[in-house]
Design a binder for this molecule. Structure first.
Ligand code: 13P
Length: 257
């Protein structure tokens, strides 16, 4: 069975002090959750301190981005190895904000995915359509391009280290989440793509999480769906109360799933 994963993507929020306070609050409330993975992705400046807070708990550390090169003259960038040695297990790759504001393409996403795996990190690869793409009936074309190109030359062994996050761009930060049915339709489509590209057994073991305005009142219906294996949470992960609520509600649903 796939172990669901709920990750908080803090984006460019929280100073070191604020990160320590938030992660401590989350730890106090979620130390005994073990039927799903809880991942915190603070800004890179807070990784080291949050690592110390979650040490010896089930809470896992993730980063929000990385460069694909091992090292070198890439001012301002961070390598997979740097993140790994800081205690990260996961790294978000190809978030729509990176694609939109920082020129990331399916090609750079693919390079990052490959490099992350080589260095022993688990990529959370983001895919998802924009509003105009959904409205013009291109959702499946866009998602399939993101998946195919992002996973170019990723073999059967490597794919098992990847989590896919379906994040429809129109749902990110808008307060308008995809309905459980809308999300499930795309998750199922992605799982079928993976079955074609790899095989059915592999596709059934890969986690596909949903992201886009996930809140305490939407998590239950989303995670009840067969192919939705958790959530990538933005805004609601910045407050202890809402993130804890999301994880606890998800955990209760998972027990019965
Ligand atoms: P929101 O939950 O704020 O919509 O952000 C989702 C997201 O981008 C997570 O990566």
């Amino acid at each position: 069975m796939r172990k669901p994963i709920i990750a908080g993507n803090w984006k460019m929020n929280k100073t070191v002090e604020e990160s320590i306070a938030l992660s401590n609050g989350i730890k106090r409330n979620l130390f005994n959750i073990n039927n799903l993975e809880v991942v915190l992705c603070p800004p890179v400046t807070s990784l080291s301190d949050v690592k110390d807070v979650v040490l010896d708990t089930n809470i896992i550390l993730g980063a929000q981005n990385m460069h694909w090169e091992k090292e070198g003259a890439f001012t301002g960038e961070v390598s997979a190895k740097m993140l790994k040695t800081l205690g990260c297990k996961y790294v978000i790759i190809g978030h729509s904000e990176r694609r939109t504001y920082f020129g990331e393409t399916n090609e750079t996403v693919n390079k990052k995915v490959k490099s992350a795996i080589t260095e022993g990190l688990f990529p959370i690869m983001c895919v998802g359509e924009k509003l105009e793409e959904r409205e013009s009936g291109k959702t499946f074309d866009v998602v399939s391009l993101h998946v195919e190109k992002g996973l170019l030359n990723v073999d059967k062994k490597e794919i098992l280290n990847i989590v896919i996050a379906y994040e429809p761009v129109w749902a990110i930060g808008t307060g308008k989440n995809a309905t459980a049915e809308q999300a499930e339709e795309v998750h199922k489509f992605i799982r079928n793509l993976l079955a074609k590209k790899y095989d059915r057994e592999i596709s059934e073991s890969i986690r596909i999480q949903y992201g886009g305005s996930v809140k305490p009142d939407s998590i239950e219906s989303l995670i009840k769906e067969k192919d939705i294996d958790g959530a990538l949470v933005g805004g609601a992960s910045l407050k202890e109360e809402s993130f804890v609520d999301i994880v606890k509600k998800a955990s209760r649903v998972v027990k019965e799933k």
